[in-house]
Design a protein around this ligand. Sequence first.
Ligand SMILES: [Cu+2]
Length: 66
Amino acid sequence: MKTTLNIEGMSCDHCVRHVSDALKEISGVKNAAVSLKEKNAVVDHEDKVTLEAMKAAVVEAGYEVV
Ligand SMILES: [Cu+2]
């Protein structure tokens, strides 16, 4: 399934990479397409991955989920 997270705080490609890597480290996440322009991440993941887990990964990376 796919979940879109709206993320605040990304300012450059490095941030995009940081968020992308954080999301992909979650067990069950297949892919994370992060857009600086759209300020979001479209996460392709197994059903077992919770929204809370994805939010926590983004926050832990230093960004905000809105
Ligand atoms: Cu940056």
